[in-house]
Design a protein around this ligand. Sequence first.
Ligand code: G6P
Length: 585
Amino acid sequence: MCGIVGYIGKRQAAPILLEGLKRLEYRGYDSAGIAVFHAGELFLMKRKGSVRALSRAKGAEGSLGIGHTRWATHGAPSARNAHPHVYRNIVLVHNGIIENAEDLRRECLARGERFASETDSEVIAHLIAHVYRGDLLCAVRESCSRLEGAYALAVMCKEEERIVCVRQKSPLVVAEEDGEQFVASDLPALAGKAERAYVLCDGEYVSLGKALTFYDSALNPIEKAPEKGQQAQDSAAKGRGHFMLREMAEIPAAMAKTAQNFEKEYQNSGLCEVLCHAEYIDIIACGTAYHAGLCAKYAIEAAVRIPVRVSVASEYRYMDPIVKRGTLAVAISQSGETADTLAAAQLAKAKGANLLAIVNVQSSSLSRIAEHVLMTYAGQEVAVAATKSFNAQLMALYLLTEKLARAKGRTLSLPPLAKAAKEALVRSEAVRAWAERFAAARDAIFIGRGADYCTALEGSLKLKEITYLPSEGYPAGELKHGTLALIGEDTPVVAVVTEEGTARKTMNAVHEVAARSGKVFLVTMFAELCKEKEVFASLLLPKTSGLFSPAVAVIPLQKLAYHTALARGNDPDKPRNLAKSVTVE
Ligand code: G6P
C-alpha cells in the first residue's frame, strides 16, 4: 500500500505535495513521485527511495498536481515503477492492488499499447486513456467498472483542470478551504491544511476543481457532511531524533489518556448491554495489534472466565469461522485501515457477531463499520514499528476486561499501569548495554509463559522488524520440544518472567538454555531471580500484576529492538520492506 496526495488551488502545488508525502511516508517509502501541470505542460519527477529524493521538485511551477509514496506490490522498487503513471493524456496515482491487472494488461498489449512499468497501476492509466472522450470523471468510472481489487485513485488529464478521485477499499480523504482543495490517503497528511474534511466511502467519486463535487457510484451528485471534530490534527510526537524513541517516551501518556477517556468512550459505545450478554469473544487483528489481542485473551479468560478466540485477520477472513450466538467480535487496529482486519471484522459482523472496534484513528474505516467503538489515545504514531499504540491498546483492552468482569458479576481492579510503565521506561535505559551483543548475534529467542509469552512474541516481532535478525517468540515450556535445537554458543535468549505462579517453571527453561551455552537476558519483576548464576544480564521491572504485565514488560523489549537496530546501522523508523498501514491484502 502507498500514500497519495493531490492539490488544486492558488498556491504552487509542489511544496504542498511534498509536505503531504512526507507525512504519508509511513505508508511506504520504496519510491516517490510527483506530477504538476502548468499551462497544460506536465512536470514529472519519480525517484527510487524516500520522498527526500524529490527535493529538487520543490520549485516546479503549477497549482494542480498529484503525488505518491510507494510500498511495492507489483514490480520492484525503482524509479520506473514509481507513480505517477502517465499514459497518453492521463496521469494517475494509485493506492491498492488490482487483482485482474494481468488480464487487463494483455488486453492493452493486444491493442498495441506499450507499458513503461511492471505495475498493476499503470494498467488503469491505459484503461482511462482508452475510453476518454472529453470527460475525465466518466472515463474514470467506466474504467473502474473493469477493475477487481482495491484502489484509491487520483487522476488528472491534460485537457481538464481538475483531479478526479475514487475510493474502493483503500482510504481517501479530501479537504477544502478558501478555494483550495486537497486529497490524501489520510487526515494527518492534511494536518493544518483545511477546515472542512470529508472521508470518501467505497464506490464514491469526487471531482476537485472549480467546485468540490461528490458522486455516488452511478455518478449522481451527492451531498457529504464534513467530518465532525475531525480537523486534521498534527499530533505526531514532538521533538528531535527518531520517532520510535519519542513514541516510546509517550507510552505512559498514551496509556493514561486512554484510561482517562475510557469511561466516556464506554458510555458512548453502547457496550454496556452487549457485555452482559456476551458469551464468547472473537478477537481479530494483525501484527502488533494481534499480540495485544493475545494479551487480552489471557486477561479475560483468567479474570472473567469466558472463552476468547484470537485470530490473525488474514486467516480469519478465509477460514469460514464458526461464530456462535452471543459473540462479541473485537477488531483491534491502530490505523483502522488494515485491509485484512477490515475484511475479517465485516465477516464477523455478517455472521451475527456484535462488532467492537478498538482503534486509534477516529474517522477510520474500521470505526465506521463497527457498531461499537472504543478509541485509544496514543496520538499519531509515525514509526513503522508500533510501540505506544500497543500499550494504549492494552490499556483499553484491560479496562474492557474490567467492565466485562463487572457485567458478569465479578470484581477486578487494575493496578496503576501507566505509572508502572513510566518507571519501566526509566529502568529500560539499561538494555542499551545489551544491544551490541544482539547486534552481533545470528538470531535471538524470546520466551515466557502465559501473559509473558505474549510479551515475548511482541518483543521478538519488534526485533525482527527493525534489526532484520531472525527471531522467535516461544512459550517457555515448549522450547524443549524443538526450538532448543537452535540454541548455540552465545545465542541470546530473552526470558520474560512476571507471573509468580509460573516463574519457577520458566526458570527451568532458562537453565536448559544456559546449559547449552545460550546467553540468558532476564526481564522480570522478581529481584531474587536476577541473582541466579545462569542469568547473563537482567532488568528488574517495577512490580505490577503478572496478568496485566505485558503493558509494562514490553517496554525494555521495545527499547532493546531500537538500540539493536541503531547498532546494526538501520533506520528504526523505516524498516526495509515494511509499511505502517497495510491497506492491501
Ligand atoms: C503493519 C505494521 C504493524 C502493525 C500492523 C497492523 O504490518 O507494520 O506495525 O501492527 O500493520 O496495523 P494496524 O493499524 O491494524 O494496527
